[in-house]
Design a protein around this ligand. Structure first.
Ligand SMILES: N[C@@H](CCC(=O)N[C@@H](CS)C(=O)NCC(=O)O)C(=O)O
Length: 192
């Protein structure tokens, strides 16, 4: 089994954290370099990481890879509430990536532009919901929803896109995970 990914990708890191203790090969690519793109192209036409190769199966998208592997490894069962929390985490992750990509495309992210305003509105509405969920203990177990939340929070701090100053429950959830060995081993700051 081979996980094709990159070191900084939060979508890849969530699977690496979730797969703790399982045997697999990790192929990290620099997905924005010419060589990395040439290799990525051989794995997925969507040109996105993560993707998984397992015998004859190619599986795209972290959420689907999680579903595929969870069926195979029988690790955990997720409630509909868990699924909703993960959708909120995913939509935040996507919004922050769009903002970063706008920055890297030379767009001033303080501008009043539809693409930016939509992301900012989503973030402003969703972060308090995640804060309340953290306060209610919905992320108290180190399962896939908590892992996805952690990799989101760590990535937005790493990319300096957000601070957790106004979100004490998220901040304490975040801090509580930092001692984990695999969290430290997969820290994108160590490889970027
Ligand atoms: N929904 C996908 C999102 C994956 C994704 O956006 N990955 C980023 C890296 S963090 C990527 O490959 N970006 C390349 C691109 O958008 O061209 C998932 O959950 O796997």
């Amino acid at each position: 089994m081979k996980l094709v990914g990159s070191h900084p990708s939060p979508y890849v890191r969530r699977l690496r954290l979730w797969l703790e203790g399982h045997q697999y090969d990790f192929l990290p690519l620099d997905i924005y370099s010419e060589a990395g793109r040439a290799e990525l192209e051989t794995y997925t036409p969507a040109m996105k990481v993560p993707m998984l190769v397992d015998n004859e199966h190619s599986v795209y998208d972290s959420r689907i890879i999680h579903r595929y592997l969870n069926e195979k490894l029988k690790k955990e069962s997720l409630s509909w509430e868990d699924e909703n929390l993960m959708t909120l985490v995913d939509s935040m992750q996507e919004s922050f990536i769009i903002i970063l990509m706008c920055k890297r495309s030379g767009i001033d992210t303080a501008d009043d532009r539809l693409i930016l305003n939509l992301q900012k509105e989503r973030i402003a509405r969703t972060m308090p919901v995640l804060e309340q969920a953290a306060k209610d203990g919905d992320f108290s177990e180190w399962r896939y929803p908590a892992i996805c939340l952690f990799t989101l929070l760590d990535w937005i701090l790493f990319r300096e896109l957000f601070t957790l100053d106004e979100y004490p429950a998220l901040a304490s959830f975040y801090t509580a995970q930092l001692d984990k060995d695999l969290v430290q081993e997969t820290d994108p700051r160590a490889t970027s």
